[in-house]
Write a protein that binds this ligand. Structure first.
Ligand SMILES: [Zn+2]
Length: 246
């Protein structure tokens, strides 16, 4: 039987809780203000926060690393992240030094509207300092999960950010973080993240996910979808489609 998991709906971001050898591995947190909701989701499942032994961050963004600092205050979990995340987590700010932009004009205006309605939204989060025992993965890693009782691998899947990693379980269950998303499809995203640092690199990451046996994707934003959607939409966008950050 494959690794069992559950989806936690504590806010904007889908977090996933996977059963490990000891306790659980959590994939991503949410915004800082989602922490109480997260604790509530754990309570509903009879999981103590101290049982969350591992936290895999798919990347450093505010809506993924937002309550890491709270978790570190309340538990002694270990963090697993890409090595490029270390510096970005320390800054407490979404990386805007590596180019890219919003996927299309519709997303750009949606982001503008969001900022108008929520002026406090500033792409920052409480800084996180990785500790010596936290795990920095340097690229694809076929050991780090297995050593913790999870039947799957970590793939380096940049394109959304430079530090993006995905989890691909042996049965094809895949957690891409923001390397692919299904919300908001109505805005024409075609499974791309709403902002992208490098479109070509993103599609190369999709190809690597498919090659690694991805079957069903459980994104951080939106509902699960079949990996065939990635194959069908490969190359739908290019760097010229992007609209610069405001
Ligand atoms: Zn992101």
């Amino acid at each position: 039987m494959g690794t069992r998991f559950t989806r936690l709906d504590s806010g904007t971001t889908n977090c996933y809780l996977l059963e490990a050898d000891e306790g659980y591995l959590l994939i991503d947190t949410g915004y800082e203000e989602d922490y109480d909701g997260f604790r509530e989701e754990l309570r509903e499942r009879d999981v103590a926060v101290s049982e969350v032994e591992h936290l895999l961050l798919t990347h450093h963004h505010d809506d993924h690393a937002g309550f890491v600092a709270d978790l570190l205050a309340d538990t002694d979990l270990e963090i697993i992240a890409h090595e490029a995340a270390e510096e970005l987590l320390r800054t407490g700010e979404n990386d805007r030094q590596h180019g890219g932009g919003y996927l299309n004009r519709r997303i750009y205006y949606l982001a503008k509207l969001r900022k108008l309605l929520n002026p406090g939204w500033d792409l920052t989060f409480p800084p996180v300092e990785l500790r010596p025992d936290d795990v920095r993965v340097a690229g694809d890693d076929d050991e780090v999960l297995r050593e913790r009782g999870i039947e799957g691998q970590v793939l380096y899947t940049p394109g959304h950010t430079i530090d993006s990693i995905s989890v691909v379980l042996d049965d094809g269950t895949t957690f891409p973080g923001d390397a692919a998303m299904s919300w908001p499809l109505w805005a024409g995203i075609r499974y791309c993240p709403v902002f992208v640092t490098d479109v070509d690199e993103l599609y190369r990451s999709w190809e690597r996910l498919l090659d690694a046996g991805a079957r069903t994707l459980y994104p951080a934003h939106g509902d699960p979808f079949d990996a065939e959607r990635l194959r069908e939409n490969l190359g739908a966008y290019d760097d010229d489609s992007l609209v610069e950050f405001f």
